[in-house]
Ligand binder design. Structure first.
Ligand code: SAH
Ligand code: SF4
Length: 445
């Protein structure tokens, strides 16, 4: 018999990347003041700072060689210290009649990250929107089993320029079609609140009128529920939108679907998100991936209503993209509609989203996973079997005995079991300490 408490192995992991990471930071990670200081340090007149900034943020240049506004020797000095572009190579795949474009970016050390550009035509009183979904980490330590990135395990954090350069690339590509980027969402690979310093630096660059120049209200940061990170954002009182990847309102199921729930239980996540909404006056949105027979029952809808009622929250129901090696699939459209109706009847705002670019694998991590190659069939079969056992246990209300995934940072307070909604019949629970790196078989890094 399969032990539901047994760790669910990753079906695959990215191959070890042999390339050495380029030690030069990307120029797009520098603030205006830092560029000015650099120019001064290099003994150049102050007006050069504007020229460098224009080259980075306004020109269509892809490399220092193309920045003809700067003298060749000055360019050479800059190139010795900073990369003009931290993305070494990009492969593009288009879908949905060219309205969705998936980019697989190779970084200097061979790591792969993805961004997805989605075009929403205007008309009938609506403005055209072009939304870019970007990555903050290569891989992800959280290990949600329905997510292709989670399946890959954690590779590394991105630096500020590596995040921003995904947007610079998109802008260059869009210039050809005379389209403009209107929104950026941190919903690509990685957990943004586990690499928060770099994400804040990137958001600063993206929303600075003197740099990328996007409106702060047009940025969304999505998190699987890193409570200390949400609290830090709340103290900053930003104008961006916060999205919480909830996927389950009850702890036993969320322990499985979003494993960091074992460190920060769902009630704590929602409490932190409510505090964010109150402090910023911004509506928090909740993402809910619909998985057939797992988290889409009337009881799940009722638990969600009890959890979010009165918070002015908005729920986005998203059919699960068939990406990971799981035994699960998306809920049928009728089931999603019934779920959404029940949420609405309970007073929540709801949108049913459609998946964009399924045929190009537009769920985060899918192209990178493809590059990693197909895992052996027995590994996939074992993973499916374990997930089936674990979800059956979760649906019986048993909490996970697995520790929280590694890579979530130091434990700041003891994990506690909240008086959350739902039939939480407690199962065995180990402390959140003694973390084990999930999703990464020994020797894979
Ligand atoms: N780590 C962050 C941000 C990146 S994931 C987070 O989890 O919020 C961005 C969104 O894509 C999340 O809401 C995630 O749950 C969703 N997602 C991941 N895999 C998916 C899949 N197979 N189908 C549909 N949505 C998926
Ligand atoms: Fe990480 Fe988000 Fe994927 Fe979960 S859904 S594994 S948190 S990227």
């Amino acid at each position: 018999m399969t032990d539901p408490a047994a760790p669910v192995p990753a079906a695959r992991a990215l191959p070890v990347m042999p390339a050495r990471r380029d030690p030069r930071p990307g120029i797009a990670g520098l603030t205006e003041g830092e560029i000015a200081a650099l120019v001064g340090e290099l003994g150049e007149p102050a007006f050069r700072a504007r020229q460098v900034a224009d080259a980075v943020w306004r020109s269509g240049a892809a490399d220092w060689d193309e920045v003809t506004t700067l003298a060749r020797p000055f360019r050479a000095v800059l190139a010795e210290r900073f990369r003009f572009d931290t993305v070494a190579a990009t492969t593009i795949r288009a879908a949905d009649g060219d309205t969705t474009e998936k980019a697989l970016h190779g970084l200097s050390d061979g790591r792969l990250v993805e961004s997805v550009l989605m075009h929403y035509p205007g008309g009938a009183g609506r403005r055209e929107r072009n939304t870019l979904c970007i990555s903050s980490q290569a891989g992800c330590a959280v290990g949600c089993p329905f997510c292709a990135t989670g399946e890959l395990g954690f590779e590394r954090d991105l630096e500020v320029a590596e995040i921003v350069d995904q947007a610079r690339h998109a802008r260059r590509r869009m210039a050809v079609a005379e389209r403009h980027l209107t929104n950026v969402v941190f919903m690509g690979m990685g957990e943004p609140l586990l690499v928060l310093d770099a994400v804040l630096g990137a958001v600063d660059a993206l929303t600075d009128p003197a740099r990328f120049g996007l409106g702060a209200r047009h940025v969304t940061i999505s998190t699987s529920g890193v409570v200390p990170g949400i609290e830090r954002l709340t103290r900053l009182r930003p104008q961006w939108t916060l999205a919480i990847s909830l996927h389950a309102a009850r702890d036993p199921l969320r322990d499985l679907l979003v494993p960091l729930n074992r460190r920060w239980p769902v009630a704590d996540v929602v409490a932190a998100a409510r505090a964010y909404g109150e402090a910023t006056g911004r509506r928090v949105s909740y993402e809910y991936v619909m998985i057939d027979g797992i988290n889409d029952t009337p009881a799940d809808a009722d638990a969600l209503v009890r959890l979010l009622r009165g918070s002015g929250a908005h729920v986005n129901c998203i059919p699960m993209n068939p990406v990971a090696h799981t035994p699960w699939r998306a809920s049928a459209p009728a089931r999603i509609s019934a779920f959404a109706d029940r949420l609405r009847a309970g007073g929540l705002g709801v949108t049913v989203r459609r998946n964009r670019g399924q045929e190009v694998g537009a769920a985060c991590g899918q192209l990178a996973a493809e590059q990693a190659g197909e895992p052996p069939a027995p590994t996939v079969a074992r993973r499916r079997e374990l997930l089936e056992a674990a979800s059956a246990a979760a649906l019986r209300g048993e909490r996970s005995a697995e520790p929280a995934p590694a890579g979530l940072g130091p434990v700041r307070r003891p994990a506690r079991r909240p008086a959350g909604p739902g039939p939480a019949r407690p199962g065995p629970r180990r402390p959140a300490a003694a973390p084990r790196r999930r999703g990464t078989p020994p020797g894979s890094r």
